[in-house]
Design a protein around this ligand. Sequence first.
Ligand code: ADP
Length: 246
Amino acid sequence: MTIVSVRGLCKRFGDLEVLKGIDLDVERGEVVVVMGPSGSGKTTLIRCLNLLESPEAGSVSVCGAGLDCGAALSKRAVRDIRRHTAMVFQQFNLFPHMTALQNVMEGPVSVRGLPRAQAADLGRRLLGRVGLGDKYDCYPAKLSGGQKQRVAIARALAMEPEVILFDEPTSALDPELHAEVLQVMRELAREGMTMVVVTHETAFAREVADRVVFMDGGTVIEQGPPSSFFTKPAHPRVRTFLQLVA
Ligand code: ADP
């Protein structure tokens, strides 16, 4: 079953054409890793998937909630799409004045309308699941980058999304903290979560991705399962990139 379907997606910032007609389908349970050089449009693409950016043309559909992007974005369609998606950001984007538990509870209470006690139970369970069962009451300033990102993943899970979008989730972290975040993501993938992950982590992509999508200059120039993508990429641009990051 197709969870995310994107057709002819175009996005520009002023004169800069950043996405030039992207087509992308993501199946339920699939892990899609998006790679490509800096500035190729990866972040813009996943921000368009939940309408954090407004595309000028094309269509986005998530779990049947669809939107043609040419006209003014319908608030209702945007809300429907966001209900099915959650995003994990490079810079965590936690609320600094809330504890880890309050950060995770916020969405369930204010967006899903869960009673606070139920949201707190859910939050404790999810923080336990990402290995932070002893950090409920810590404020973000007292957490390491890896712990903050794991709170952010628990917060995303609390929205019970159909798909989680990860925007370079380890790139703001010191190298020794990458593993703890990637381990949580690996477990989510194993449990069948549908994930779109922008990352340069080639080892993670090789092991966890079902498909690697490579962007260059606002288009998808190659995609395939990691077994072929990493061993015999067809496009010279991909070969050069892989030599640089490997
Ligand atoms: P990537 O994630 O592949 O590094 P991005 O999607 O972040 O690429 O950016 C693609 C291009 O769009 C870059 O040239 C970037 O500077 C530009 N860009 C991204 N966001 C904005 C914005 N909000 N305003 C203006 N230009 C932007």
